[in-house]
Design a protein around this ligand. Structure first.
Ligand SMILES: Cc1cc2nc3c(=O)[nH]c(=O)nc-3n(C[C@H](O)[C@H](O)[C@H](O)COP(=O)(O)O)c2cc1C
Ligand code: SF4
Length: 433
């Protein structure tokens, strides 16, 4: 079902400005939170059962509860606005259309956890979104919603907007923390988790833009109302990004648990040009691909997608039509992962590069069945052995594409020909810088 919680102000004239946000009820949830004990705010968020919208789906309230209450160190919030996962383009809509909803969410989070400084780590390419965010932060300071004594009871809060420089790995929470500290964006070993040792070795909460933007509604309407939306284990609404071979690509806010078929056909207008569906990557490029049959019967919630052998991830669907070569798609994806590996762990650094090279060979029509076995073997062996899960993110598409569309890989190898692309080899697919 369509329900506008996070996108309620999208399309409203000047929705990104403070006067318009306040005219539509903005910052009332912040006042309500200030009237509550911080622990009560945390309990409310726990009871809403909201899970992180950045990809991992970790329960938000539980994450906050890992941060030590009484500790003689500052605590920090890092807002993950890096949005680098291919297929995902929802956070940029929040930043562009309603940055105050996220800022209000940040204030609520910081009050609940006892944080006095928040960093918003925003993707460097988001120029327009960054300008709107900077201006919204300025407005909030001018209005006294940020800065000193913002609740008239001595609570201070500062926000620093930190622009990224184009590395996907800086979206991984510990890579992000390193980058905020001014270092090279390379993930850290976990444990310790950021809740204990994060920015400048201090307890740190990392939350996604969309996760934080849901907080004003949860505080205003109550945890029970939020938990009643969606399914038992996947509460609330979600901003679904849908792209690829679809009539109306875009961002749609629908309840968790909605059938994928409803999003694709009723909202996004179905597969482009009346073609048949071949496959769907359901949760961002790293999530295992679904066949058309699987996609047409799955619901969009954590449990259903897991049962179908995939993941909800960031809720970003890439629609692939019947005339698309799956070898070509996988080659594009693996080029991305090989390029974005930070290089710390040999299985990831070497494995992603090997997978990409083998795929280029198969795509060129020069591959052998041994190459396909080798590709599968690498994919089966790089995940779970590295500092972060980028290696798993690269392995899962390869494993699922080969498992479900093996015939296409074998046909390339046996005939040296691509029936979909007429062997239009694109040199751009080669070479990882
Ligand atoms: C390689 C990689 C890239 C990631 N990129 C992003 C990103 O761009 N945005 C994001 O919110 N989370 C991203 N994540 C997930 C974060 O590590 C983290 O789980 C998330 O920011 C936590 O926020 P949440 O609990 O609100 O989802 C990425 C994870 C990995 C492994
Ligand atoms: S798994 Fe890959 S991206 Fe992650 S730390 Fe290791 S080398 Fe870097």
């Amino acid at each position: 079902m369509e329900r506008k919680i996070i996108s309620k102000n999208f399309g409203v004239e000047d929705s990104w400005t403070l006067p318009v946000y306040e005219a539509n009820g903005g910052y009332a949830a912040m006042r309500k939170a200030f009237g509550m004990d911080p622990q009560a705010v945390l309990e409310e968020v726990k009871a809403s059962k909201i899970r992180g919208r950045g990809g991992a789906g970790f329960p938000m309230g539980l994450k906050w509860s890992f941060v030590p209450r009484d500790i003689d160190k500052p605590k920090y919030l890092c807002v993950n606005a890096d949005e680098g996962e291919p297929g995902t383009f929802k956070d940029r809509h929040i930043l562009e259309n309603d940055p105050h909803m996220m800022i209000e969410g940040i204030i609520i989070c910081c009050w609940a956890v006892g944080i006095r400084k928040a960093f918003i780590y925003i993707r460097g390419e988001f120029h327009k979104q960054c300008d709107r965010l900077d201006s919204a932060v300025r407005e909030a300071y001018e209005k006294g919603y940020l800065g000193r004594n913002i609740n008239s009871d001595g609570f201070d809060l500062d926000i620093v907007v930190h622009r990224g420089a184009g590395a996907y790995i800086c979206g991984e929470e510990t890579g992000l923390i390193e980058s905020v500290e001014g270092k090279r964006g390379q993930p850290r070993m976990k444990p310790p988790f950021p809740a204990l040792i994060g920015v400048f070795d201090c307890p740190t909460v990392v939350n996604n833009v969309e996760t934080l933007a849901a907080l004003p509604w949860i505080l205003q309407n109550g945890a029970a109302a939020y938990a009643a939306i969606g399914t038992e284990k996947s509460s609330g609404t979600k901003l679904w990004s849908i792209s690829g071979h679809v009539e109306r690509p875009g961002v749609y806010e629908l309840d968790m648990g909605v059938p994928l078929r409803v999003l694709l056909e009723e909202h996004a207008g179905g597969v482009r040009n009346g073609k048949k569906l071949k496959a769907v990557i359901p949760g961002g490029s790293s999530t295992p691909v679904l066949t058309a049959e699987e996609a047409y019967t799955v619901n969009l919630d954590y449990e259903s997608l897991e049962k179908a052998g995939s993941m909800l991830g960031s809720g970003a669907m890439i629609i692939i039509d019947e005339e698309t070569c799956m070898v070509w798609v996988l080659t594009i994806l693996e080029k991305f992962y090989a390029h974005e590996s930070c290089g710390q762990c040999p299985p990831c650094r070497e494995g992603t590069a090997w997978m990409h090279r083998l795929l280029c060979k198969i795509e060129r029509g020069e591959g052998t069945l041994e190459d396909l076995d080798k590709l599968e073997d690498i994919a089966n062996n790089i995940g779970g052995k590295t500092i972060c899960v980028l290696s798993d993110a690269a392995a899962m598409p390869a494993q699922s594409f080969i498992k479900k569309f093996r015939h296409e890989f074998e046909e390339h190898i046996k005939t040296g020909h691509c029936r979909f692309r007429d062997n239009k080899w694109t040199a751009a697919l080669e070479g990882v810088h």
